[in-house]
Design a protein around this ligand. Structure first.
Ligand code: NOJ
Ligand code: CA
Length: 563
């Protein structure tokens, strides 16, 4: 279609469930798999095709499940393997697919592989992880590599005096993909889930799996953003091709890679149609565009944001696919980040962001809670936060006196992952319907108005905007396979673009500002019909005029039928 090979995962809309905060069913305050099953109808009614389930494995939870202790065991807090099987069956019974999260750049230090690896330099599994003697007679880490969660990326282990590498928490040692037996064991764990019938994987920080065996210090140009260095290891492509061959074995299960550290020009090779080992990547170019480092926020003008999507079209074009991910469990809430979450404009700007997500080119991933316009939480002190990433940065920056607590907290509030991890707001009752017990983390006080029950009952809600946009996307091939073209790249308020396959096209106009804005209708859209305004079907069909006025945060889509 329009030069693209058709695949289910290109035409699908994904919904991400972060199970810990989705729905608790046994009153322990932690979301669980029976809770996901209990809420599947809410997800299915949106029209989504596939669910990405964040880690549901046995884990000591230093990084909320991204530290896996046993790849084949369901975390006790989430339920049992029978619960997982029931979830898979319930998802399929609703005509949806399920992908699971594979966290195989690293494991937990409590994984049996690491326990054995660390026991002695002679262990059979010693080289399944990345060990190195220290510098200065062993007293200093082997090089200057940093952990994304603060401090050095190396920890000295008393058992042998050697250092092991951990790009994240020290309880998340990096696996050594250069060891063939380690790779084989990882691939076997992945096959375990495919054999159960899952439809593929979201692959956590997958670009970090190849390390430079010389372990040099960072080249100077990479010191400030080491993710670009770590994602460019010498054997990355080879290891991923090996994984593709050994794990996927020709099926159409999807390989959705997380591309932290992969700049767009390098992404193309990894996801090239027919030859790339992955199917699509979750890019960071847009979602992290306003970051200066891990926790520092910087304002960015709209043209800079829009340029990302033109660059994607140019660099990935028709020969590679991509995911559209503007929010997830690692980023602030969609409406608070890119919209206006104040009471006057929350709904309208969340509907605009739904329109953006569902009409850009690529497979949309909707993060739990965004479909009802959930907002950032009013965290005030460092104690209000839970996340290891924010706390690690606090130790690195505030406790060392490099930056003042006030400045740090102002920035962290704008960038923290914890906003996405407060309880899903199901209703206006106590604890937002998330739990009958004490929730493991905060429940946002705005759940009295921002909740799924209210959203489902209101036809003009964010929820119904998502539902209608998903339906429109399915009815309109140009919104899936159509080329993307930005008509007003330099406009500081408006994002106006088309999606086109030959004569069939959609024109999307978004006023991403708090002021009125107008534009002249682009050529070639005469006679186009207005199909959605703020995610709602217009009462009268109104053809596109010569000029268009948009109110603050208003969004519109016109459709031009092919001849
Ligand atoms: C990316 C995950 O999305 C994030 O939540 C996690 O902390 C890191 N990878 C490490 O696994
Ligand atoms: Ca529970």
């Amino acid at each position: 279609m329009n030069g693209h090979v058709r695949h289910w995962w290109k035409e699908a809309v994904f919904y991400q469930v972060w199970p810990r905060s989705f729905q608790d069913t046994n009153g322990d305050g932690i979301g669980d798999i029976p809770g996901v099953i209990a809420r599947l109808d809410h997800v299915a009614a949106l029209g989504v095709d596939a669910i990405w389930l964040s880690p549901h494995y046995d884990s000591p939870n230093v990084d909320n499940g991204y530290d896996v202790r046993d790849y084949r065991k369901v975390g006790a807090e989430f339920g049992t393997m029978a619960d997982f099987d029931a979830l898979l069956a319930a998802v399929k019974a609703r005509g949806m697919r399920l992908i699971v999260d594979m966290v195989v750049n690293h494991s937990s230090d409590e994984h049996a592989w690491f326990v054995e690896s660390r026991a002695s330099t002679e262990s059979e599994r010693r080289d399944w992880y990345v060990w190195h003697p220290g510098r200065d007679g062993g007293a200093a880490p082997p090089n200057d590599w940093r952990s994304f969660f603060g401090g050095s990326a190396w920890a000295r282990d008393d058992a042998t005096g050697e250092w092991y590498m951990h790009l994240f928490h020290e309880k998340q040692p990096d696996l050594n993909w250069d060891s063939a037996p380690a790779r084989a064991a990882i691939f076997e764990a992945m096959r375990f889930w495919l054999d159960k019938g899952v439809d593929g994987f979201r692959l956590d920080v997958i670009a970090f799996v190849s390390k430079d065996p010389a372990f040099p210090d960072y080249p100077p140009e990479h010191r400030d953003a080491p993710e670009y260095y770590h994602a460019d290891g010498p054997r990355l492509f080879e290891h991923l091709c090996d994984m593709r061959r050994e794990v996927y074995r020709g099926g159409d299960e999807v390989a959705l890679g997380e591309a932290f550290g992969v700049p767009l020009p390098r992404a193309a090779r990894l996801v090239a149609e027919g030859s790339g080992p992955l199917d699509m990547l979750i890019h960071f170019d847009a979602v992290r565009i306003d970051r200066a480092g891990m926790w520092r926020w910087k304002p960015v003008p709209l043209p800079t944001f829009k340029r990302v999507f033109t660059d994607m079209e140019r660099l990935l074009g028709r020969t590679a696919w991509r995911a559209v991910s503007l929010s997830n469990h690692d980023n602030p809430r969609l409406v608070s980040h890119f919209g206006d979450d104040g009471p006057r404009r929350r709904v309208r700007s969340a509907c605009l962001l739904a329109t953006l997500t569902l009409t850009l080119k690529g497979t949309p991933i909707v993060y739990q809670g965004d479909e009802i316009g959930m907002t950032n939480y009013p965290f005030a002190t460092i104690e209000d936060y839970d996340d290891v990433e924010g706390k690690g940065a606090w130790s690195d920056w505030v406790e060392t006196g490099k930056v003042g607590a006030g400045e740090f907290l102002d920035n962290l509030w704008r960038t923290s992952r914890d906003h996405a991890r407060t309880a899903m707001q199901w209703d206006d009752g106590p604890k937002a319907g998330f739990t009958t017990g004490t929730p493991w983390f905060h429940v946002h006080p705005d759940h009295d108005t921002v909740n799924a029950a209210a959203a489902r009952a209101d036809d003009a809600s964010v929820y119904h905007a998502y539902r209608r946009l998903i339906a429109l996307r399915k009815a309109c091939p140009a919104l899936v396979y159509g080329d993307f073209r930005d008509h007003l790249p330099d406009d500081p308020r408006l994002f106006v673009y088309e999606r086109r396959i030959g004569a069939e096209a959609c024109l999307v106009a978004l006023n991403m500002s708090g002021e009125d804005a107008s534009f002249a209708a682009p050529e070639g859209f005469a006679g186009a019909a207005l199909v959605l305004v703020d995610g709602v079907s217009p009462r009268e069909s109104e053809p596109l005029g010569r000029s268009v006025d948009l109110e603050p945060w208003e969004s519109r889509i016109w459709h031009l039928a092919g001849s």
